[in-house]
Design a protein around this ligand. Structure first.
Ligand code: FES
Length: 378
């Protein structure tokens, strides 16, 4: 009998034939392999909150560890875990060093209307168990392509992956050169200020500059936005130095415009994916005349519900008790893929869809917006 997937993807029939032709796995060998994979790439972790550190008036670090004290799975500085809470989840970058696997640190900042960030800050206590994914994400240093000298532009809580990278350089005493230019609202608001300043004093390869939007009276350092002029004054000529950018969504187009003024090629700029677009309707390819507030019907198997067009499909599914697998919530990892059987969705610019996904009707539900009544296959 023909396999149901055989006609769905280009090349599926060939792959299925190869699977049929393979020598069956020795069961013990397969179980051993699965155990190793799960150790290094666990789908879920259940971690105890061992400490909560007040970083600033608006941010806290949650220190997480295995309840039995065993070592945590390895990760690359810059990666995140997705935290499951309140029937949904949010990715948070690890701020601890990958050289120390007795704990993971998640540094969370209070944001206006930030449902999950604020919930974590207000309700999580030492001793609680948090469920997370294993570490994931592609926003990390790649020595082959990024070189040994990088510039990192951070805004607000976007400093957390930079902190992990800096702590790693210090712990491993690597020869990498890392320059952080960190924009904060005020000098009271700088997360990790003391540690950043002491690490940059102790390690010649680490440099940290703070740029303050609304400084207090005693501040004598750079002020304002991360403009091209400020970047040049602090970092000199970029010479195509790999530049990482992480911060609130508004930072990305702004940083891109400033780096472009400085002649930085786009391929030498890396942005950390940071959530679904705040306003999908503002994206140029949102179809004109389509009301984002109008309710449409989503059907998933036996469940049907109404949702406004402007709500990401993943959020709408979760609102209705349906939980696809999920990771980045930013269109990048593809874990939240669903297939659109009927109807149209708007794929946000953030959706990193493979050609085969598009051809076969798949969408990344975290950054997809139903435009018409849709029927989906989970
Ligand atoms: S959760 Fe990663 S692409 Fe949607």
């Amino acid at each position: 009998m023909k396999h149901p997937l055989a006609d769905r993807f280009d090349g599926a029939a060939t792959i299925l034939a190869e699977i049929d032709a393979r020598v069956p796995d020795d069961r013990q060998h397969a179980a051993d392999t699965r155990k190793v994979v799960d150790t290094y790439h666990p789908k879920r972790l259940h971690l105890a909150v061992t400490e909560i550190i007040d970083e600033t008036a608006t941010s806290k670090t949650f220190r997480l560890a295995n309840p039995d004290g065993t070592s945590l799975p390895p990760f690359l500085a810059g990666q995140y875990v997705n935290v499951f809470i309140d029937d949904t989840s949010r990715p948070f970058a690890l701020s601890s060093s990958p050289a120390r696997l007795d704990h993971y640190d998640l540094t969370v900042r209070r944001v206006p209307n930030g449902r999950i960030s604020n919930l974590l800050i207000d309700t999580v206590r030492v001793g609680e168990i948090l469920t997370t994914t294993g570490p994931m994400g592609t926003f990390h240093h790649n020595p082959l392509f990024h070189g040994d000298e990088v510039l990192f532009l951070a805004g607000g809580s976007g400093v957390t992956p930079a902190m992990s990278m800096i702590r790693e350089i210090a712990d491993r005493r690597s020869g990498r050169r890392f320059h952080l230019i960190y924009g904060s609202r005020s000098d009271d608001d700088i997360v990790f200020r003391d540690e950043l300043d002491s690490l940059s004093t102790e390690h010649p390869g680490i440099r940290v500059d703070h740029v303050i939007g609304w400084p207090t009276k005693g501040w004598s350092g750079p002020t304002g936005m991360l403009t091209a002029e400020t970047i040049t004054a602090l970092a000199g000529s970029l010479n195509s130095r790999m530049t990482y950018v992480c911060g609130p969504q508004a930072l990305y187009p702004y940083a891109l415009s400033q780096l472009t003024v400085l002649g930085q090629p786009r391929r030498r700029i890396r942005f950390e994916a940071n959530g679904a677009p705040a306003n999908p309707v503002a994206q140029p390819h949102w179809p004109s005349g389509v009301d984002p507030n109008e309710q449409i019907t989503v059907t998933a198997g036996a469940t049907s519900f109404r949702t406004p067009r402007k709500r990401p499909l993943l959020d709408a599914l979760e609102d209705n008790g349906i939980r696809p697998e999920v990771g980045c919530r930013s269109g990048e990892c593809s874990l939240c893929r669903v297939r659109i059987i009927k109807g149209d969705v708007h794929h946000a610019e953030e959706a990193k869809l493979r050609l085969s996904d598009e051809k076969s009707g798949y969408t990344h539900s975290c950054v997809a917006y139903p435009l018409t009544d849709v029927e989906i296959d989970l």
